[in-house]
Design a protein around this ligand. Structure first.
Ligand code: SF4
Ligand code: SF4
Length: 73
């Protein structure tokens, strides 16, 4: 059964390493073209609907900025 996926990305914790963009096999994340207040293009959760809940982004984010959960979790 397919469940909805909720991806939370805490911009206060994110340091813009873009590991999440590079590891996601489904291209869920994109880098904003606009430079944000921290001096880099913030990461956008652009295609959450494509997420397959592999958790690579959550596991590899060095700053624990990402949480991936389904409706049933
Ligand atoms: S891996 Fe984490 S710290 Fe790096 S850009 Fe993604 S959310 Fe930000
Ligand atoms: S859980 Fe996997 S598919 Fe979903 S956003 Fe993270 S890396 Fe991409």
């Amino acid at each position: 059964m397919t469940t909805n996926v909720h991806i939370t990305l805490d911009e206060n914790l994110c340091k813009g390493c873009y590991i999440c963009i590079n590891v996601c096999p489904k291209d869920v994340y994109e880098m904003s073209a606009e430079i944000g207040p921290k001096g880099f293009g913030p990461v956008l959760v652009a295609h959450a609907d494509k997420c397959i809940k592999c958790y690579e982004c959550e596991l590899l984010c060095p700053d624990l900025a990402i949480v991936v959960r389904g409706d049933d979790e």
